[in-house]
Design a protein around this ligand. Structure first.
Ligand code: C5P
Length: 288
């Protein structure tokens, strides 16, 4: 059996870290949005054993340290299906360690694909439960679209979609460690928090400008490498016509929302001269 599909990246339109939990994770409140930037995934199941994920990149492991392999393992564990050698090939286009949820998207895509290939028809809720055992952002990536994610990230509420717009993505060439940023953030000392309710209302009203005005990520206030690049990219985006700009997830990628394609293209072309990981994309809706 062989199948192919795409795994969409996400951006965090807002991200708030509420408190540290006894299990070491943090309770968060974040509005996530799928975007068109995607990895291409092929899964091949043949009789035998062993699960491998080949990304063709030397710095991405092909064994159970790879989130796509973990996802397949969890799917098989949950369903009791066994006896298949599983070869996952990933054409990586989403930058890694970027705050764009690339690994989580790959994991979610593998779970969705195996559900289809083995005709297990588990339904979104059960697929999200499997995803939750793989990583905090995986449940959102199962269905994608626009959602409020709470708890560790696995408690999802579907929201009105972000109105169609042009999105410029720019990643400075350095990587942030998500666990490290969570370790550094002091929830009781966060001075500015996103207006999550305001953003939900703006989404309900299909008010793109209202959403763009409220983009905010509490991690931007935590000291991290490359902070200056992040500020510079945001400044360039806003100065050249973005309705709003923010860092996504644990960064360091910055995104800007535009209602004018020409302005978005001009910013993309300009940033591209300094940063190799630049993309122009659009919003993606919920799968299924
Ligand atoms: O769930 P995931 O494997 O993506 O999380 C990576 C790390 O990020 C966790 O080990 C934890 O240190 C941190 N994290 C957290 N609170 C969350 C999500 C992630 O502290 N809600």
């Amino acid at each position: 059996m062989i199948a192919s599909d795409v795994a969409y990246a996400k951006i965090n339109l807002s991200l708030d870290v509420i408190s540290k939990r006894p299990d070491g994770y943090h309770d968060i409140r974040t509005i996530m949005q799928s975007i068109g930037l995607c990895d291409e995934i092929t899964v091949e199941c043949t009789p035998g054993t062993g699960i491998r994920a080949d990304c063709g990149l030397p710095y991405i492991p092909d064994d159970d340290r790879n989130i796509a392999v973990k996802a397949a393992m969890e799917f098989y564990k949950h369903t009791g299906i066994g006896g298949y050698r599983t070869q996952i090939r990933i054409n990586k286009k989403i930058p890694v360690c970027a705050g764009l949820g690339g690994g989580s998207a790959d994991g979610a895509c593998v779970i969705r694909m195996l559900d289809k290939m083995f005709e297990t028809n588990l339904g979104m809720g059960e697929l999200e439960t499997i995803g939750g055992t793989v990583g905090s952002d995986v449940p959102f990536c199962i269905c994608g679209g626009t959602s409020l994610a709470e708890g560790r990230g696995e408690v999802l509420t579907a929201l009105a979609p972000l109105p169609q717009c042009h999105i410029v993505i720019c990643k400075p060439s350095l990587s942030n460690s998500t666990p490290e940023l969570f370790r550094r953030i002091r929830c009781e000392k966060i001075r500015i928090r996103p207006d999550t309710e305001g953003m939900i209302k703006a989404l309900d009203n299909a008010d793109l400008k209202g959403v763009a005005r409220l983009l905010y990520n509490v991690f931007e206030d935590v000291s991290m490498r490359g902070k200056r690049y992040i500020a510079d990219i945001k400044y360039t985006m806003i100065d050249k016509g973005a309705l709003g700009a923010a860092m996504t997830g644990s960064g360091p990628t910055v995104f800007g929302l535009f209602d004018d394609e020409e302005k978005a293209k001009a910013v993309y072309e300009r940033l591209k001269t300094n940063f190799k990981d630049c993309f122009m994309t659009k919003t993606e809706g919920c799968i299924g």
